[in-house]
Design a binder for this molecule. Sequence first.
Ligand SMILES: *Cc1c(COP(=O)(O)O)cnc(C)c1O
Length: 404
Amino acid sequence: MVKINDNYLKLPGSYLFSTIGKKVNEFAAANPDKKIIRLGIGDVTQPLTPAITDALHKAVDEMGHAETFRGYAPDLGYDFLRKAIAENDYEARGCDIGMDEIFVSDGAKCDSGNIQEIFATGNIIAVCDPVYPVYVDSNVMAGRGGSYSEITEGFSDIIYMPCTKENDFAPQLPEKTPDIIYLCFPNNPTGAIITKEELQKWVDYANEHGSVIIYDAAYEAYIRTEGIPHSIYECDGAKTCAIELHSFSKNAGFTGVRLGYTVVPKELKRDGVSLHTLWARRHSTKYNGAPYIVQRAGEAVYSEAGKKEIKGLVDHYMRNAAYILNGLKEAGYSVSGGTDAPYIWLKTPGEMTGWEFFDHLLNNANVVGTPGSGFGPHGEGYFRLTAFGSYENTVEAVDRIKKL
Ligand SMILES: *Cc1c(COP(=O)(O)O)cnc(C)c1O
């Protein structure tokens, strides 16, 4: 008889997003005349830019001719893309990362979920709380969660590092030493950033304790503040303790195209074994998840035209973020994030829970956002708004909230 992996049963389920969907549908059915504006989406809305679609068209044509047809992609990804990544994302920032340390993939979600497979089940993981849910979910599925508590809304074996208003949404070094530390900056959902000095402390801590940091840089392109690190490899010694995840989704609009990459430095070793060698055996080896056509589109992101166009996309979302941030501040809300990330993190007024505030916004402003509790126990009492909508809708939504 087959036995299932019952760790899957420990996951509380996607209660949050199904409940949001249900509430919005009910409201829409009861109020057909009301225009609902969604400031809760975690997906981009602007189309791919011309440099990208040109590269896609050209690569599609190549695939239709015998002389230029391509089959399976090389294990780590095509040289042309890894070279562009190494030059633009690392060399240009003074980071010593070579193209042979870069693994191209079909996106950061898969890699952030799969990377835990190279580590033993018994490792203790630490996560920022609140944060992007994939790190916890994938480790729970692998058996690193322990048991789920309805009371703490967390797992017994996971170290949650609270990120709240009191600590400026920055995690503190934990008392109990974790083996694997997940960091995500700029952060989803809080929009918080980390300074180079602070990040250096984590790198030093990991090197000292033999931990490994998994650094999610999915929102790196949104960083505006001078001196904020775009990569963990800007810190000294990061190559011996850190893996870095990147995505083309939120900067270049590849959420439906699928492209990302993961850096596993060659000098990163634990138990005397190179983690680079282990990751080279990952499931997606050879097929590596990203087709030739898509890797050509990724290359175009780093072209002159591509860079300019992608800056335009990010500027568009950041203009929305600034409008939301300033509007809510004027209306007297306590807000953070939004300066270096497409997310605005709002403290719910008074003693309102995230869900109470959700209902309040939906019923009275017809605006949809996301209760913070969906991103971790310490997200309760907070609310996430995203800058991924159109400018017109963003302005209208904020103006409605101001009138409440
Ligand atoms: C959106 C997001 C990702 C996923 O990116 P894909 O490349 O589309 O899989 C990864 N990390 C964080 C923090 C995200 O918000």
